[in-house]
Design a protein around this ligand. Structure first.
Ligand SMILES: *[C@@H]1O[C@H](CO)[C@@H](O)[C@H](O)[C@H]1NC(C)=O
Ligand SMILES: *[C@@H]1O[C@H](CO)[C@@H](O)[C@H](O)[C@H]1NC(C)=O
Ligand SMILES: *[C@@H]1O[C@H](CO)[C@@H](O)[C@H](O)[C@H]1NC(C)=O
Ligand SMILES: *[C@@H]1O[C@H](CO)[C@@H](O)[C@H](O)[C@H]1NC(C)=O
Ligand SMILES: *[C@@H]1O[C@H](CO)[C@@H](O)[C@H](O)[C@H]1NC(C)=O
Ligand SMILES: *[C@@H]1O[C@H](CO)[C@@H](O)[C@H](O)[C@H]1NC(C)=O
Ligand SMILES: *[C@@H]1O[C@H](CO)[C@@H](O)[C@H](O)[C@H]1NC(C)=O
Length: 625
């Protein structure tokens, strides 16, 4: 089709003009500052609005500038063996003659002193660069993601480093794939947590544990900073971005890339190669993809699923072609690479292969699911839960396109919202979480629902599952970064892993359930199996029954009804045993089910299945009835 043709044309241009996309996307090796064999440094930039360019640094007075075609170069000589030094670089604008202080878009390392508001461009060229010890793990068939943010990953009220994370957090998430949430197109905020070597060691240590590491990537927009951002880089409002109002995101106040520009494509694709080649990441989660797909950026638009919403002149074809290039190139060069799109619109074909006319992502995030859970917990009494609507939200996804589902992520944890555990149990979490005292009704309901919500989401909602750090044990409160409004406090910018380490607190019980949910998935692989077939969805009984991957899932969300001899449908005749029972005492349940009961199917057709059997199960809590 039309889009595929445009993609193929662009790809052919990349192949012809600069000798294969492999070479073109390695431009970080020829742009920015490069060391020459004679120990000199050469700076090469694309800055069409610049008249001349000067480079100086801590290490020498240097600077010479020359212009060749559309690229501009400056050279200097390094005095001796310097491996960390600060650069300064000035660009003189063609239009105004102004002298502008700029960081190179290709800067490989930037640092910030405590009293400074902007970042410095730092030469980082260690004599012994980090040597990776461990190969990338094979691509997992079931994606279980542990979403993490390095800076807040400690119980202490201060910024954690890559080293802290490697030592203290990696062992906790062993064998779960995980991703970082750092928002940047160059290394800006990443440098706050340590040196490039520390980050490489983190990725390497994760690989040694069989964990794959995904990086959060923002190619949808960029900060409007000029001194340490890309904005007005060459003194014009276009350069990397669209000129005029098309280059402004009206809600976020940020700049929008011009994906039809050759040099923008070079820069962004090389950015991805840089993280893959230099840091050995295993893939990317692309942030705010909806904003790229449409000229309206999703602002003031709601998506009902009508196809006219996804096709037509409001779709940004240049961005679509760019995303196709991204997925084509990453998957071609790194077959095990995982790409995930954050898209609220539900664009069809987003996760279909490019050959089939899709955009080529591996997964999309099911952003409607966490919103549904928060809405239910905020607005609906337990007896009024609309299970049909909940099941619809969990299963309403495009066939043949894989989704990563989640009950909550960093979005729900942030200040203004709060974790599911806190919605459920609120301030009683401060006083009543001890397992040494009897459960109050609030804690009992909270503990039971926390487990059921997570298991239902995990088993019914997608082909991958995501957990935000700490929520596996019911992290209380919310997340807030130091800012003026909270007096620069780190009080909420932390993850209280210490809670799960305290033997007598019920966080341990929630963790224990989550741990076994993960193990059970690992054993039976329901995420990698096709969508579940729901056989019972009973609004009055509040019961949901479905099969997936040879497992039968039974949920009772009724606040007070337990059921004796309840008929459930299965496809295959045989023997069924209990594999994961949320009512176990060690999970904070009430131990009312006999764990080793064996159920034999009867050839009695029920709810569209040839086989069925009778089973008894209990209500959520013991307090009602
Ligand atoms: C990081 O580790 C260092 C060294 O053990 C320790 O002193 C520091 O308190 C840790 N920081 C955080 C935020 O956990
Ligand atoms: C985007 O880049 C293309 C190619 O360089 C250029 O022709 C076009 O004018 C730019 N668009 C805007 C809105 O700046
Ligand atoms: C874009 O936004 C900036 C502020 O972020 C503003 O100064 C500029 O005038 C805007 N440009 C257009 C064309 O809207
Ligand atoms: C979809 O949108 C088009 C154009 O707005 C409209 O004509 C059509 O009736 C809509 N279809 C449905 C099923 O709502
Ligand atoms: C639960 O916490 C409340 C204060 O929030 C306290 O009054 C009550 O005694 C606690 N219940 C138990 C069983 O400890
Ligand atoms: C910040 O500090 C000021 C002065 O100590 C105090 O008045 C204010 O309430 C504090 N604000 C917050 C959000 O803690
Ligand atoms: C998840 O399951 C894997 C595979 O069985 C196991 O090795 C790992 O320890 C589990 N991780 C957690 C956090 O429970």
């Amino acid at each position: 089709d039309h889009l595929y043709k445009r993609f193929a044309e662009r790809l052919a241009q990349l192949e012809e003009a600069e000798g294969a996309f492999d070479y073109f996307t390695l431009s970080y090796r020829s742009f920015g500052i490069q060391r020459r064999s004679d120990n000199g440094l050469v700076l090469r930039e694309w800055a069409p609005g610049a008249e001349v360019i000067f480079l100086t640094g801590d290490f020498s007075k240097c600077h010479h500038a020359e212009t060749s075609l559309s690229y501009i170069q400056a050279q200097t000589l390094l005095n001796g063996q310097i491996y960390e030094a600060k650069y300064k670089r000035f660009i003189v604008s063609k239009e105004t003659g102004e002298c502008l202080f700029r960081i190179s878009p290709w800067a490989k390392h930037v640092t910030k002193t405590l009293d400074s508001v902007t970042y410095d461009w730092t030469h980082w060229d260690p004599p012994q660069p980090y040597q990776f010890q461990h190969p990338r793990p094979p691509r997992p068939s079931s994606l279980r993601i542990y979403e993490a943010h390095v800076g807040i990953s400690s119980p202490e009220e201060k910024i954690a480093s890559y080293k802290n994370f490697t030592r203290d957090v990696l062992p906790r998430i062993k064998d779960l794939a995980h991703q970082f949430t750092t928002k940047t197109t160059h290394s800006l905020s990443l440098s706050r947590f340590g040196t490039p070597g520390d980050l490489k060691h983190l990725v390497d240590a994760a690989h040694s544990m069989g964990i794959t590491v995904l990086l959060d990537m923002v190619h949808s927009h960029a900060s409007s900073n000029t001194e340490d951002g890309l904005n007005y880089f060459d003194g014009t409002d276009s350069c990397f971005f669209h000129g005029c109002s098309r280059g402004n995101h009206s809600l976020w106040g940020s700049r929008l890339f011009n994906y039809s520009s050759w040099e923008v494509v070079r820069f962004l694709l090389s950015n991805l190669r840089w993280w893959m080649e230099e840091y050995h990441f295993d893939g990317f989660r692309f942030d705010a993809v909806t904003s790229m797909l449409y000229h309206h950026h999703g602002i003031g638009t709601s998506f009902s699923g009508n196809y006219s919403e996804y096709f037509g002149i409001h779709v940004d074809e240049d961005a679509l072609v760019y995303l196709m290039l991204v997925n084509h190139i990453l998957h071609k060069l790194y077959p095990q690479c995982i790409t995930v799109a954050e898209d609220v619109s539900g664009m069809p074909g987003l996760c279909r292969s490019i050959e089939e006319g899709g955009l080529g992502f591996d997964y999309r995030l099911t952003m409607a699911v966490p919103d549904k859970w928060i809405q239910v917990l905020k607005e609906v009494r337990d007896e009024d839960w609309d299970l049909e609507n909940i099941v619809h939200t969990l299963t309403n996804r495009r066939r043949g396109e894989a989704s990563i589902t989640y009950a909550e992520s960093h979005d729900q944890a942030l200040v203004g919202d709060k974790s599911l555990a806190f919605w459920l149990m609120d301030k009683e979490m401060y006083t009543n979480m001890s397992a040494l005292i009897a459960m109050t009704p609030v804690i009992d309901r909270g503990i039971q629902l926390h487990k059921l919500i997570r298991l239902l989401t995990h088993s019914l909602g997608g082909e991958g599952y995501l957990n935000f750090m700490g929520n596996e044990f019911g992290h209380p409160e919310w997340l807030d970064f130091p800012r003026k409004g909270n007096n620069e406090s780190y009080y909420y910018a932390r993850r209280q892993f210490n809670l799960v380490d305290i033997e007598h607190l019920r966080y341990r019980q929630l963790y224990s359930f989550d741990h076994d949910m993960n193990l059970t998935e690992d054993k039976y692989g329901w995420l990698a199996a096709g969508q579940a077939a729901v056989t019972t969805l009973n609004q009055a009984d509040k019961v949901i029954v479905f099969e997936r991957s040879n497992l039968l899932f039974i949920f009772n969300f009724h606040p007070c009804n337990s059921y004796i001899d309840y008929r459930v449908a299965v496809e295959h005749a045989g023997k069924y045993k209990i594999k994961l029972n949320s009512d176990k005492l060690q999970y904070g349940g009430h131990g009312r089910l006999v764990q080793d009961t064996v159920f034999f199917t009867e050839p009695m057709p029920f709810n569209g299945r040839a086989q069925s059997f009778l089973v008894s199960f209990i209500s959520i809590t013991t307090f009602h009835s």
